[in-house]
Write a protein that binds this ligand. Structure first.
Ligand code: ADP
Ligand code: ADP
Length: 228
């Protein structure tokens, strides 16, 4: 599903964000990406979303060689991903329903497909009662649930999340983690960069630990493994 071979990323500034990373992630896995600030976690995520290109090495995701995608193909590639950010990135002038529906309008789904599917995923994240609210009327945890609903509405092959619980309190973070666990159980591959020791240690999924751009640990049923 995801393959990286000898991947390095050196930014224009000379910062070595990733050094010689080789990793394979199979369909259906739940993978945490951990490490201190500056370790390369965000860069790893941005290589998958094709926001950044590697300086060296190979990346293939779902049969696409990311190095040979031309710029016009990148948006089509990204539509196969679900992406969740720390800061939610909802459209402030759209309701919960409209925020999620918008992701389907982009792929030109029909009105009835949109109605059916949006209600289903909003239900799945527990926000049926808040379908017509605007983002600013919701708590942080609720906004992140909307972002998750939006990310899964088109049934992505991979859900990528960069610090999705970074702005949330521990109980709310755990609720978000449980929702991601449910989504993974239904077959979606999840890759989640996280500083959340308690979430990582409770879920016990595969852990990729980075330090100074190197992959220092790849652990099945892993733990967070260091103090924040
Ligand atoms: P993390 O997500 O683990 O905090 P990052 O991937 O953001 O790590 O950063 C890894 C290293 O690359 C750091 O030294 C960071 O300063 C550097 N870096 C990240 N993004 C850029 C960028 N756009 N330009 C230059 N350096 C960057
Ligand atoms: P995150 O909290 O998601 O790891 P960062 O705070 O590392 O994000 O980075 C925020 C933005 O700034 C990103 O787009 C990243 O690529 C960029 N960035 C990070 N470090 C540097 C750097 N040293 N020089 C230039 N841009 C950077």
């Amino acid at each position: 599903m995801i393959y990286m071979g000898n991947v390095s990323k050196i930014y224009e500034t000379g910062a070595v964000a990733l050094s010689n990373i080789s990793v394979e992630i199979k369909s259906g896995e739940f993978v945490f990406v951990v490490g201190p600030s500056g370790a390369g976690k965000s860069t790893f995520i941005k290589l998958i979303t094709r926001e950044e290109l590697p300086t060296n090495g190979q990346i293939a995701i779902g049969g696409h060689n990311l190095l040979s995608l031309n710029p016009a193909q990148v948006p089509y590639y990204r539509r196969q991903l679900g992406i969740v950010f720390q800061d939610y990135r909802l459209l402030p002038n759209k309701t919960v329903f409209e925020n999620v529906a918008f992701a389907m309008e982009v792929i030109e789904a029909t009105r009835s497909e949109i109605m059916h599917r949006v209600i289903h995923v909003v239900d799945l994240v527990g926000l049926r009662q808040k379908m017509n609210r605007y983002p600013q009327e919701l708590s942080g945890g609720e906004q992140q649930r909307v972002a998750i609903a939006r990310a899964i509405v088109n049934d992505p092959v991979v859900l990528v999340a960069d610090e999705p619980t970074g702005n949330l309190d521990p109980d709310t973070s755990w609720e978000i983690a449980r929702i991601l666990e449910d989504i993974n159980r239904s077959g979606t591959t999840i890759i989640m960069a996280s500083h959340d020791k308690s979430v990582v240690d409770k879920l016990r999924r595969r852990v990729l630990a980075f330090e100074k751009g190197r992959l220092v640990r790849d652990q099945v049923r892993g733990v967070y493994g260091y103090e924040n």
